[in-house]
Design a protein around this ligand. Structure first.
Ligand code: AMP
Length: 283
């Protein structure tokens, strides 16, 4: 497995693959890898000849009061997990490789609409940071295929929109959420949970499944339904940030004719912000 630190080394390795006609798969991450990330890699290996995984904790997507400094960094363990899966290269850009002029002077990419709603409303600037880093990494790695988790459903839609709007020459592949046995969506941030918070955490997804069952059963008083479940979550000890049922493609409020919906949730348990989502098909 190649451990690639700089952009020029990356381009050289990539040139070799291109000459051999290899299909290049790419999995961008912030490291601290768990089975969710590894399932993206497994999916990439199914579809591509060579797989590159990047590890970069991107300051541009963290708000001023968020956990950039505390974000877990476990590079040695990440590298051995990726090596065991047969990844071809890990790309570990430095902050100077990515933001040579500093964040203030950095040209950015912003997908309008999608970036400002739901998570984007709670975390201003977050999706600008995500789109900008993913665009830069795409330009560096130049993959044919790029793999993203449905766990971050809005992020996946933002990236798909960026690729389409900027005519980028690659395919974005969404991979279903990997969960713990009790249903909690895997996340690097789950390790911030205390023991009692960890026990309560799967209830978020349980409540989302119960809400989804009510919608599938015909309930259409959605505003009331969502409010009821939000209050229930608050009563259990969560601090809900949002609980929204949206059109699964546009993430706009659903119309009566919409059949592909997504339930999106974010809630704090103590200091930890959990996010999850559940797609609901009405056909
Ligand atoms: P992160 O390191 O959190 O930025 O995540 C890197 C990639 O892994 C993103 O595409 C995430 O959506 C994806 N990912 C994170 N957690 C999961 C999960 N539980 N299941 C599937 N994909 C995930």
């Amino acid at each position: 497995m190649n451990i690639i630190k700089g952009v020029s080394q990356l381009r050289e390795v990539r040139r070799g693959w291109q000459l051999e006609g290899k299909v290049i798969g790419f999995v961008p991450t912030m490291g601290n890898l768990h089975q969710g990330h590894l399932n993206l890699v497994r999916e990439a290996k199914k579809h591509a000849d060579v797989v590159v995984v990047s590890i970069f904790v991107n300051p541009m997507q963290f708000g001023p009061d968020e956990d950039l400094d505390a974000y877990p960094r476990t590079l040695d363990n990440d590298a051995s997990l990726l090596n065991a899966l047969g990844v071809d290269a890990i790309f570990l850009p430095s902050i100077d490789d990515i933001y040579a002029k500093g964040l203030e002077q950095q040209t950015f990419v912003e997908v309008p609409g999608l970036s400002y709603m739901i998570c984007g409303a709670s975390r201003p600037g977050h999706f600008r940071g995500v789109a900008t880093i993913v665009c830069k990494l795409f330009n560096m790695v130049q993959p044919n295929l790029a793999f993203f988790g449905e766990k971050d459903f809005q992020q996946l839609q933002v990236i798909k929109a960026m690729v389409e709007d900027l005519s980028m020459n690659l395919e974005v592949v969404g991979v279903p959420t990997t969960r713990e046995n009790d249903g909690l969506a895997m996340s690097s941030r789950n390790q911030y949970l205390t023991d009692s918070e960890r026990k309560l955490a799967p209830t978020l997804y349980e409540k989302m499944q119960a809400l989804s069952a009510e919608v599938l059963g015909g309930r259409r008083d959605l505003t009331k339904l969502l409010e009821t479940y939000k209050s229930e979550l608050a009563g259990l000890g969560f601090k809900p940030d949002y609980l929204e049922l949206r059109n699964a493609h546009t993430l706009l409020q659903p119309g009566h004719e919409d059949t592909k919906l997504v339930l999106l949730a974010a809630a704090f348990l103590g200091k930890t912000r959990l996010i999850d989502n559940l797609q609901i098909s009405l056909v």
